[in-house]
Design a protein around this ligand. Structure first.
Ligand SMILES: [Zn+2]
Length: 418
């Protein structure tokens, strides 16, 4: 049954002109080449495509990518509206900053992305088209979305409360090959599984995307789902950018993307993109890159640290004093390990010196302990005195997206976060 459904889904892709297999092989081939050889392939593609940078100049070699200019989201939308593609597929998100991003792709471009996805999944014995349980957004019950989920061999689950235990049980009973989705929703699902002692056949892997996940949370998911938990880093414009190998590196996996670090954002160039020009595109997330000898997956360069949305990097004590928000997540990770109480959270700052922390579980007496733990941790590590207020995340409305920290002071005052 599983095999038949997989074949049906792959046949569907094929009938849409999407060549997943062909491009997965190409991805594997390109990563098997040495750097020099791969670069010369990329140079040839650049010379043929001649993408245009943010200043309107043609780019025909890799060395031209090293300096400015970079391309922001607004420029990208402007530059590429009325794109020259024979419009095939449209991907759209509301975007984490509230700015919608829409990307139009040709068949070949979407095929490449699916090829990269298939290449990554196979690390864990899963293929594009295998049965997926998706923990993502809200379930839709329209005929169109039911059909889409059927064709894509996907079941959508939204485990947000007691009444959704049924939906979770049904999803797990369908024996998904892998689970895919937001870390916060997977954590909710794991909590329901523990609470109700739900038994199920373990999936081959659990893929967390879009949100930051702490090591303690990851260990917890691994224990409850009895499967490896893998971090994917992606973006609407590129699909998967980095994917975690079994050794824990988030390797860059799309061989046609050139990724650079800059002060305010990771910059990405897609040399293969024909329908639009993407040269040093500002992704809006900051991160640190590193290199490794590990050859399990993709590039030897990997994403060591992802610090999230650049605008959301700092907690402010006053207009002059600030510390990096990642310190709060480190404190929470330590607390979760120590107390063996795992939860997801969102941090919001609306006023100087005060941080509101929204948590997904009832903490009762641990609430005060957590508050003091974080306050002392921040005092020790950064020398700053901050007040932490803890709330139930049911009181949290309208905040979704990949960032665990939302800086509202920064946004409204236009203070520079650097
Ligand atoms: Zn690795």
């Amino acid at each position: 049954m599983g095999k038949l459904r997989y074949l049906l889904t792959r046949m569907f892709f094929f009938s849409m002109g999407l060549r997943v297999e062909k491009w997965r092989r190409e991805v594997g081939y390109l990563w098997s080449l040495g750097i020099e050889e791969r670069n010369s392939v990329l140079e040839r593609i650049l010379q043929a495509n001649k993408p245009i940078n943010a200043e309107g100049a043609e780019v025909t070699s890799l060395s031209e990518l090293k300096g400015p200019p970079s391309l922001n989201k607004k420029q990208y939308q402007r530059l590429n509206c009325g794109a020259k593609t024979t419009a095939a597929f449209k991907r759209k998100t509301s975007g984490t900053t509230g700015e919608p991003t829409s990307v139009t792709l040709s068949r070949e471009e979407l095929s490449r992305m699916l090829g990269v996805r298939d290449y990554c999944f196979r690390q864990y014995g899963v293929r594009v088209g295998d049965r997926e349980a998706r923990f993502w957004g809200r379930p839709e019950y329209s005929f169109k979305s039911n059909l889409k989920n059927f064709v894509l061999n996907r079941k959508v689950c939204f485990p947000s409360g007691e009444q959704d235990t049924d939906s979770l049980v049904k999803t797990l009973n369908s024996a998904p090959d892998y689970l895919y989705g937001y870390a916060s929703l997977l954590l909710e699902a794991a909590a329901l599984i523990e609470k109700n002692s739900i038994s199920f056949k373990p999936p081959k892997c659990v893929i967390c995307t879009a949100e930051t996940i702490l090591p303690a949370q990851k260990e917890y998911l691994e224990r409850v789902f009895n499967a490896p938990v893998v971090e994917e880093y992606g973006a609407t414009e590129f699909d998967i950018v980095a994917f975690e190998c079994k050794e824990g590196h988030r390797h860059f996996v799309n061989p046609w993307l050139i990724i650079r670090e800059s002060e305010d954002s990771l910059l990405i160039t897609d040399v293969s993109r024909k329908s639009s020009s993407i040269v040093n595109y500002e992704l809006g997330d900051t991160g640190y890159m590193d290199s490794t000898d590990c050859g399990l997956l993709g590039d030897s360069i990997y994403l060591r640290n992802l610090t999230g949305r650049s605008v959301n990097r700092f907690v402010y004590i006053d207009s002059e004093t600030k510390f990096h928000s990642v310190n709060i997540s480190y404190a929470i990770n330590d607390f979760q390990k120590k107390e063996q109480k795992i939860f997801s959270f969102k941090i919001i700052q609306d006023e100087y010196g005060v941080v509101d922390l929204y948590v997904s579980v009832e903490l009762s007496y641990l609430k005060d302990i957590l508050k003091r733990y974080i306050e002392e941790y921040i005092k020790d590590r950064t020398g700053n005195k901050v007040v932490i207020n803890i709330f139930d995340n049911k009181q949290l409305n309208g905040y979704t997206g990949k960032s665990y920290f939302i800086q509202n002071i920064c946004m409204s005052n236009g203070a520079t976060a650097s």
